[in-house]
Design a protein around this ligand. Structure first.
Ligand code: PA5
Length: 378
């Protein structure tokens, strides 16, 4: 069970009405998801993962933002064992990255999981064209179609239409769940199952958190809100486990995209200790006093515990507010709990500062501008 080391002075009525609002929001589907999962889809995900493990040395996982970071975060953290290695693509327009991935694939057997809720995001759309071409060249159109797994909207969008036309195996991003809250849907579950993550245990952890993580998540959200009103406008997520670097990236996306709008929101940043004690450590200890630190406290060995203790003492001396989130286990169950805890805390936090946790109007602006530039160069 997730525990926090503080108890905020919460306005219970306000919180209850926020929780009600989130539950009734048209994008609030993630809130009940771990207990209301479509088990038919879950079985299909596991079957698809088994097939991919049998026929593919690589799975090219194409997606960006919420269609990418959540599953990468958990896969990198847990380092599970699998027959199939994941290659991530479509999260940049870098030709170098693309060429590197194509070279790594070489003549190995592979499949593609293309993930895009809208089906129109440019980076994954371009990467999909490139890897699909390679797949067709290697296997021919018919077999290639059997090796493409499309995770997208249930009813519409370019990717949906292509998947239907070509008979790709299709998984759904539910209408009522947005990108950065979608890691526990097929968006994250298929790549994680392929990579060897025990997805049953992950959902079990998340389902448990629906009961046990609500109170700590609310406390944490309220504490952030209280700190923000005292001009602590930067949050540093700190972990002492190097493999959680991508989990930090997911957190930055979750909070940054959910809260950073209408000229509001706490700026999320992250560190991995000890590594970053020798880079960001100086600033955190001694720079501007507008930051607070959220330690994600995983069970660890005795030596690493000494670093945790030393950092706590040093940061108390540096007058940094430190919030501690204690995670019960460094495994699928722990990450299931942690994922749900942060999703809930983030949605409540955004509501507390009065912004919509589920849209991303700023991201849409760059997408529109990029499309215009690409159209001009055609
Ligand atoms: O959290 C979000 O909604 C975004 O980060 C999206 O996931 C990201 O923009 C990718 O969108 P799509 O899945 O439509 O390609």
């Amino acid at each position: 069970m997730i525990k926090v080391n503080f108890s905020a002075d919460i306005d219970k009525n306000k919180i209850n009405s926020i929780l009600e609002e989130i539950k009734n929001d048209k994008m609030g589907g993630w809130m009940e998801l771990p207990k209301k999962y479509d088990m038919g889809e879950f079985v299909r995900i596991k079957e698809a993962a088994k097939k991919i493990n049998e026929d593919s040395e690589y799975l090219v996982c194409i997606g960006i933002g919420g269609s990418y970071l959540g599953h990468r975060a958990i896969i990198e953290a847990l380092r599970p064992k699998s027959e199939t290695e994941i290659i991530y693509a479509g999260n940049s327009l870098s030709k170098r990255e693309l060429e590197w991935a194509l070279e790594k694939l070489g003549d190995h057997d592979f499949s593609i999981n293309v993930i895009s809720k809208s089906g129109t995001t440019i980076e994954p759309a371009i990467a999909f064209e490139v890897f699909k071409k390679k797949l067709i060249e290697k296997y021919g159109a018919e077999e290639a179609s059997k090796r493409i797994y499309a995770t997208t909207d249930a009813k519409q969008g370019a990717l949906h239409d292509e998947a239907v036309q070509n008979n790709y195996t299709k998984f759904v991003v539910p209408d009522n769940i947005g990108g950065r809250y979608s890691v526990l849907t097929a968006v994250g579950l298929l790549p994680m199952a392929v990579a060897g993550v025990d997805v049953d245990k992950l959902l079990e952890g998340a389902a448990e958190a629906m009961e046990t993580a609500v109170e700590p998540a609310i406390n944490y959200a309220w504490m952030r809100y209280a700190l923000d009103t005292k001009k602590y406008d930067t949050e540093i997520f700190a972990s002492f486990e190097p493999s959680t670097m991508y989990f930090n990236e997911w957190l930055k996306q979750l909070f940054g995209e959910s809260e950073g709008k209408d000229k509001r929101g706490i700026l999320p940043d992250s560190v991995i200790y000890s590594t970053d004690l020798h880079s960001m450590g100086q600033y955190i200890q001694d720079g501007r006093r507008n930051l607070f630190e959220t330690i994600i406290d995983f069970p660890t060995d005795d030596l690493n515990k000494k670093i945790v203790a030393a950092v706590r003492i040093a940061h108390a001396e540096g007058e940094i507010p430190v919030l501690n989130i204690n995670v019960p286990s460094f495994d699928e169950k722990g990450f299931g709990e942690l994922t749900y805890f942060f999703e809930l805390a983030c949605a409540v936090s955004a509501k507390l500062i009065g912004v919509n946790p589920f849209d991303q109007p700023g991201v849409e602006i760059y997408k529109k501008e990029l499309r215009k530039l690409l159209d001009q160069s055609l």
